[in-house]
Unconditional design. Structure first.
Length: 470
């Protein structure tokens, strides 16, 4: 599989094309220092053998932010160095911290905008990024990723809604000025032999925002400016965020936030068309900078299709590897059937929005880390699954008996077919023995099965099959 072929980016060789994009954990304290829970979370990704692990955004400045890792001073270096050491002990993944600058925001609803910044403050942003990148290199990281996506400072400069009326706003070239100055300053600071990536929005997904018509040009200019790889996201903007009384505005609560993390109601690979447009534009101009695609890519088949079609060079999987950090290793060894598969319920996203520790809907209740097990004994149905289906108020309700396992039943996969092959449509934690399917329509005959899985991802035999005519 091309998915497990190595790729070399500016002298940095990744063992495979699978990447863990930066995703907030809210495991750090407000002091911004690395702690044991952070080490455990990222060591699990390294143990799973993802080619590249991008550690959650670290602030390059000292503005108040709540629980967020920091890289804005030398006092943070010992913890960051220890994090990299522990990850190296756990597995072969290459590791890059994502570094970020953000503007101020208050619970009253006020937020600082790029138009409020003085020229001196803009220049300080570039200096802060350069100093943080040097710290990343000093701490033994393999690369550094510059955060230019979503609602944060550099993305707000790139935005078509940038309201500045000087050399840092208006035209696309002006909006690119600070991001390119940051990239140039970072490159000068870390040297020519260190890998520097950039994550930015391939589309803002807001009214009046830029689309792939501009993002493909942004990508080209960033590549010209020295970006060694381009990681493409989407949305996550303040402009369509939902106000909540007593809470600061949060940029992932609107439609654009859904496009950052497409949920179960979005098709697989929801953001791939915009990624394809960017990469095609680059290749037509002879630019070979690797492009990373993300946004609900969860199966080896889809990931391989994206790579073989030339849509992207790298595959970003955040939520799938949150659900099962061992995803890369299991798939490489031919055991996708033992992967704990994300169901895109987006409980992780909701926890982040409410400033809670980010965990997975499928994890055991109260767990702050994904369970790990080397067990190979599958769950069973001691009294049969007894799968039953009923129709009420336009939806199908499934219920079944509890399965058992020598360690613990982790959850249940729900499979559905409409006259053909069954496909997995959902998963529920072990404590639930029912599922409501509200997507059925009249005139279609549906078939259902359920499989139990344990902490290692071993699956039971299928339950009995039930048929429903809606």
């Amino acid at each position: 599989m091309k998915l497990f072929s190595p790729i070399t980016i500016h002298g940095l060789t990744l063992a495979n094309r699978l990447c863990v994009p930066a995703m907030v954990t809210r495991l750090s304290g407000e002091d911004g220092f690395v702690n044991e829970e952070i080490v455990r979370r990222y060591s699990a990704f390294a143990r799973g053998e993802a080619g590249l692990v991008v550690v959650e955004a670290m602030a390059v400045h000292r503005s108040k932010s709540g629980p967020l890792l920091r890289i804005c001073g030398d006092e943070f270096k010992p913890g960051l160095r220890e994090l990299r050491r522990k990850m190296a002990e756990a597995g072969p993944s290459r590791v890059a911290p994502q570094i970020i600058h953000f503007l101020k925001i208050s619970r009253s609803g006020w937020r600082q905008k790029v138009s409020d910044l003085s020229i001196a403050e803009i220049r300080q942003i570039a200096a802060d990024y350069a100093q943080a990148a040097v710290r990343a290199r000093d701490c033994g990281f393999d690369a550094v990723e510059l955060h230019m996506a979503h609602a944060y400072t550099l993305s707000s400069f790139l935005s078509k809604l940038n309201g500045r009326r000087d050399d840092y706003g208006g035209s696309l070239e002006n909006r690119l000025r600070l991001p390119l100055e940051v990239l140039e300053g970072v490159r000068r600071a870390v040297g020519s032999d260190f890998c520097v990536g950039v994550r930015f929005d391939a589309e803002e997904c807001i009214k009046g925002g830029y689309t792939s018509e501009e993002s493909r040009v942004i990508a080209w200019r960033l590549a010209q400016g020295g970006a060694d790889y381009l990681s493409l996201s989407a949305g996550g903007k303040f402009e369509d965020a939902q106000p909540r009384p007593g809470e600061p505005l949060y940029p992932y609560t609107g439609y654009s936030g859904e496009r950052t993390m497409p949920g179960a109601n979005h098709p697989d690979g929801a953001n791939l068309p915009m990624v394809a447009a960017v990469k095609q534009f680059l290749r037509e101009r002879g630019c070979q900078t690797p492009v990373l695609a993300s946004g609900k890519i969860s199966t080896p088949e889809l990931a391989e299709k994206v790579l073989l079609s030339g849509t992207a060079d790298l595959i970003g999987m955040a939520r799938p590897l949150l659900a099962d950090p061992m995803w890369p290793r299991k798939v490489r060894e031919g055991h996708f059937d033992r992967v704990i598969r994300c169901c895109y319920a987006n409980v992780c996203k909701a926890k982040d929005e409410h400033f809670q520790t980010v965990t997975c809907f499928l994890w055991p209740k109260g767990a702050t880390q994904a369970p790990l097990s080397e067990d190979q004994e599958a769950p069973c149905w001691p009294q049969g699954a007894g799968l039953d289906a009923s129709i009420r108020q336009g939806r199908v309700t499934l219920s079944w008996r509890q399965a058992t396992d020598n360690e613990a039943v982790y959850g249940y996969d729900v499979w559905r077919g409409e006259g053909g092959e069954l496909r997995r449509i959902a998963a529920v934690p072990a404590g639930l023995l029912a599922y409501h399917d509200a997507t059925v329509v009249c005139g279609v005959r549906y078939e259902y099965e359920v499989k139990a899985y344990d902490l290692a991802g071993n699956r039971s035999i299928s339950s009995n099959r039930v048929c429903v005519q809606a």
